[in-house]
Design a protein around this ligand. Structure first.
Ligand code: URA
Length: 430
């Protein structure tokens, strides 16, 4: 097979054959000096052609199955507890996994989670958790199983044997403006989630300016596509559509978000994060068949300290110190509110982009992230603000980053405009 023929077929609007899909994914993920190798630039060209041309249902199904087959599929059927996981399609300030996983584990389910890194303007769970001193994301499948058996929850990077096609393609898409493609997002999420061996899955599909799917129609289509792919592979999958017009919580950036999620685990934290943690937790327990009369409720696990105890055990099991101070950026500066009134808009995508420019995310796939960089918001839409009061504090190691970040935030907020309210949970499927 010739990669150039495959790229040309998609570029010109044709349908890829199952053989072409199997070949290109296999060669890209596993090619070496002795077997066919597909270069990054060829896969980037194909990803751009897919972004423009889309994929048929048959192509998407074959592409996802080929991504899954590029590595191993874990099997946790022997475990005592039912397994269930949740995956977010990516948002700003979305550290829900950090609070949710220990909460659901404290309610009796097991959560095996393969997570990703920051993508575009959105954060990634692995980057966030790596801000906890000592915490390791690179577990082998054997270590993953041991942590799951001992503690009940594990969050780690897909190792070389799990979803290798997604690992390479995810980083490539981030650096080539090919993230916002429905088939590429659906196959990326579902190949990882199917590989991790979860028994049931809840998807948090984000909608709004800070999401990869800005409108409800396309988010619903993405959600339905992923629910169907889960069913195709025997994993009961349901999805919530949740608002991402403004960041979740008040902090955006790796260590900043972990600190806020730990506040949720301590029984406090911002109302939107608590609501989403409890809502997704209930969905996960229901998906795992653990919603009977004797079931534990996520809100109770947050209130009675059992979710916090589980968090500490999970962190220790992966080499981290849950009591160690989280890293802080060396420099801060503040953005002030220009006029008094009600804050009516604070755009999630602009805040995510500003956080990326501060060092919380990457510009090239080789970049490392700065764990303490990011933004603390002092107001959210609906709050009354006074002229000259702080709207946001920017955190960075290098003050040269403040200018580009402030530029990203210019025009991202409005005082006294038309108030728009978005319910947190916009829809439900599956
Ligand atoms: N999350 C993923 O795992 N993959 C994507 O492509 C987007 C969000």
């Amino acid at each position: 097979m010739d990669p150039i023929d495959i790229i040309t077929t998609k570029r010109d609007g044709g349908e890829l054959s199952p053989e072409q899909i199997d070949w290109i994914i296999g060669a890209y993920a596993n090619g070496d000096d002795t077997t066919p190798r597909v270069a990054d630039e060829q896969m980037a060209a194909l990803a751009m052609a897919i972004l423009w041309r889309g994929m048929t249902r048959a192509e998407l199904s074959g592409w996802t199955a080929a991504m899954l087959r590029s590595g191993k599929r874990l099997d946790f059927t022997g475990l005592e507890r039912p397994t269930v996981d949740k995956h977010s399609t990516g948002g700003v300030g979305d550290a829900i996994t950090v609070a949710l996983t220990p909460t659901v584990v404290a309610c009796g389910a097991a959560v095996p989670q393969l997570s990703g890194r920051g993508l575009g303007h959105t954060g990634g769970t692995l980057d966030k958790l790596e801000s906890v001193p000592g915490w390791r994301s690179d577990l082998s499948p054997t270590e993953m199983r041991r942590v799951l058996e001992d503690v009940g929850g594990v969050v780690c990077a897909p190792g070389p044997e799990l979803a290798p096609a997604d690992r390479r393609l995810y980083a490539l898409r981030d650096a080539t403006a090919t993230v916002d493609s429905l088939p590429l997002i659906a196959s990326s999420v579902m190949s990882k989630k199917l590989a991790e061996g979860t028994g049931a899955l809840v998807l948090d599909v984000k909608v709004g300016s800070g999401a990869f799917m800005p409108d409800t129609g396309s988010a619903r289509e993405l959600a339905q596509t992923m629910v169907d792919l889960g069913a195709d592979h025997g994993v009961p999958t349901r999805a919530l559509l949740t608002a991402m017009d403004t960041p979740l919580g008040y902090r955006v950036g790796n260590a900043l978000e972990v600190a806020e999620a730990v506040e949720v685990l301590a029984g406090g934290g911002p109302a939107d994060m608590v609501e989403l943690t409890v809502t997704l937790g209930r969905e996960m327990l229901a998906a795992a068949g653990m919603d009977g009369p004797a079931a534990r409720d996520p809100a109770a696990a947050l209130a009675d300290g059992s979710a916090m105890d589980t968090w500490r055990r999970m962190v220790r099991a992966q080499g981290g110190d849950p009591m160690a101070p989280l890293p802080e950026a060396r420099e801060t500066t503040r953005i002030l509110v220009p006029e008094s009134g009600e804050l009516t808009r604070l755009d999630a995508r602009a805040v995510g982009e500003a956080a990326r420019r501060l060092g919380a995310g990457r510009s090239t796939k080789e970049d490392s992230v700065s764990p303490g960089a990011g933004i603390t918001l002092h107001a959210k839409p609906g709050d009354d603000v006074r002229a000259g009061s702080p709207l946001a504090t920017l955190h960075a190691d290098d003050p040269a980053r403040f200018g580009p970040a402030s530029e990203a935030l210019a025009g991202a907020y409005e005082v006294g405009g038309k108030r728009r309210t978005f319910p947190l949970v916009v829809g439900k499927l599956g």
